[in-house]
Design a protein around this ligand. Sequence first.
Ligand SMILES: Nc1nc2c(c(=O)[nH]1)N[C@H]1C(S)=C(S)[C@@H](COP(=O)(O)O)O[C@H]1N2
Ligand SMILES: [Mo]
Length: 360
Amino acid sequence: MTDDAKTELIERQRSPLNLESPLPALTDSFLTPNNLFYVRNHFSIPEISAADWQLRVEGAVERPQTIAYDQLRQWPGQELTVTLECAGNHRAVLRPKAKGVAWERGAVSTARWAGIPLHEVLNACGVTSKAVDVIFVGSDAGIVPDEPKQPPAGTQFSYSIPVERALRGNVLLAYEMNGEELPQEHGFPLRAIVPGCFGMASAKWLKSIVVSDSPFRGYFNTLDYAVWHSDAQNVKHRVALGEMPPKSMINSPGHLDLVPVNGHFAIKGSAWGGDAPIVRVEVSTDEGKSWRDAQFIGDAVPHAWRFWQFAWPAPRLRGATVILARAIDADGRMQASAHDPNNGPYVIDHSLPLKVYVRG
Ligand SMILES: Nc1nc2c(c(=O)[nH]1)N[C@H]1C(S)=C(S)[C@@H](COP(=O)(O)O)O[C@H]1N2
Ligand SMILES: [Mo]
């Protein structure tokens, strides 16, 4: 880390360690440098030596396997650029104040990951037709604060994704991040990267992968990282979070910034979402009354954020105004205008009003 306070991770929690990316890390480069990539932990960071480590793949498979680190590195690898966002990113804006780490805007980052495709490992093991979920089991465990329902021995970090997603072809078991060996805090020696899903699916410090023949009911898929959904009869069900909805954020100007009157001001930001690519970002400079298209900067990269800008033509009136941005994906889904209370302290994906002062 450098001495420059602007380019250091921001500490949100010391134990377990939770660090948020500073604004320059979200704007200066498409790939977030490893030392500025947000860090989200539920327990203390395990120290694992590659020589002693192995990955166990078991459960509803015909040929369970144990793979050593060296074997894994010999497997033909693949690279993918993927944006990770914690489902609690932007939680600090919620009122009343929500429980959990008070993330502002920096629990999102993008890296180029290298690893082996999960579906190849699963296919080598022969997934049976009974398979329902694929559980990533991490090497970290501990006590979950404020949670009376945890097993007395402590809770291990584990998270499952549906077998369809696991076999889709774009889930990676990653050992490299931005061309470097995976840093310890980001999951050394091996982590999952699940494109399009909130960060909790990208389990770090993998110890085993268990193919389950029944729906997995682990703590992080049910009590934590779950939201309420109402069915057709208006009955509420608790469902695990998965795919990210479309979301944009304004990186510049900042809240309460001054904007020159009669100038040409560039509003800049980023946008990302789930499996459907972001195809449009709209900006409003009149508190949401009218919307105009922003321009994308650079080509679309599947499952990575897109940077955009909007040339705000000469704000003529002095005074305060509210600017907003909203992202739209290829399925026509539009970023929400308000936080859905069913999502509780997660999925804070709505357009955030940003107040600026136009001054001469
Ligand atoms: N084993 C393990 N994996 C984990 C976590 C964890 O606490 N333990 N946190 C998850 C969450 S909630 C997020 S948002 C991402 C964050 O990844 P990062 O720390 O590399 O940014 O890791 C996920 N994988
Ligand atoms: Mo997260």
